[in-house]
Structure formats: C-alpha cells, structure tokens
Design a protein around this ligand. Structure first.
Ligand SMILES: [Zn+2]
Length: 163
C-alpha cells in the first residue's frame, strides 16, 4: 500500500510503500507524546525506507534527535531522527539508521485512508502521565516498555501483512 503524507502547511509532501499500514502501535513515551501526541501518545507506522519520496522544495524539513537518559543516568542522543516541518511543526516520520530498511511515518501526517486496526498495542506506558488513561479494549496488548512483537511481526501474526 502506498502511503501519501504531508505537513499541515503544505511545504512538505512525501510518499512511501508500506507492507504494514495498520495504525495499531500507540507509543506513550515522552518524546512521541510531546512532539507528536497531544492525546497522550503518537502512532508510528512502518514503511520501506528505500521507497521514501520527499517533496520539500523550500527545505522545510528539520530533524530532531532527542536526548535520552540511559540506565546509568548518562545522557545520550537518540539515534532516531524525527523529521518534522520547520514551518508548521508537523511531525512527519522517524528514521533510525540502526534499522536502515525502515522508515516510520507518523499516522497523523498520512493523508491516505488507513485501515482501522482490529486491536491495538499500547507501549511505553511507564512514561505516561497520570491524566492519560489508555483506552484499552478487548484484544489490546499493553507494555510498560517495548512490545514483544515488531510492527512486521504483529501484522504477520494477524494475517494483515500486505505483499
Ligand atoms: Zn509545514
């Protein structure tokens, strides 16, 4: 499935091919929540990085790399590159060179009609503030930190992988 996306002001348009277009992965970590998730979480999709096409004639795209405290209390800069529009602040996609074959568009930036997932995964719940009460429905899975399945594994286990 081809995902077409854009920022709010129109400076940036992009598209990519995805085998995994279900918007099921709700991340409540402070980075996703503060940069892209006013409802308490952001939803990351998975797509094929080699197919990412970007239209950005005014060079509006900027990249944010978050600083993260590791388990020893040391500050490191995340390898994740959060691409956003510097004109209108729309969060566009996350790219992490650790997994160079993947790009993770934020579902909020996608203009294509996305499927409605049969269930959802709520992750990084350890980092959510108290006022955020996840709507956990039957069939949903919840994780304090990372989930057991990758976006690809989840789609395949549900028969939702698109060739
Ligand atoms: Zn914009």
């Amino acid at each position: 499935m081809i995902l077409e996306g854009s920022c709010r002001c129109g400076a940036v348009r992009f598209s990519c091919d995805s085998h995994t277009p279900q918007p099921f992965m709700l991340c409540y970590c402070s980075i996703c929540r503060k940069t892209a998730g006013g409802g308490g979480y952001a939803i990351n999709l998975g797509a094929d990085a080699r197919t990412l096409k970007i239209e950005d004639p005014d060079n509006a795209i900027a990249v944010y790399r978050a600083e993260i405290l590791d388990d020893d209390g040391l500050c490191e800069v995340s390898t994740g590159q959060r691409n956003f529009c510097s004109r209108c602040a729309t969060a566009l996609w996350l790219y992490d060179p650790t997994w160079p074959e993947l790009v993770h568009p934020f579902s909020s930036a996608i203009d294509s009609e996305l499927p409605v997932p049969p269930s959802r995964v709520h992750l990084m719940l350890k980092f959510k503030p108290g006022w955020v009460v996840p709507r956990v429905e039957p069939g949903d899975a919840t994780f304090e930190l990372y989930p057991e399945q990758s976006i690809e594994d989840w789609h395949k286990s549900k028969g939702l992988w698109i060739d």
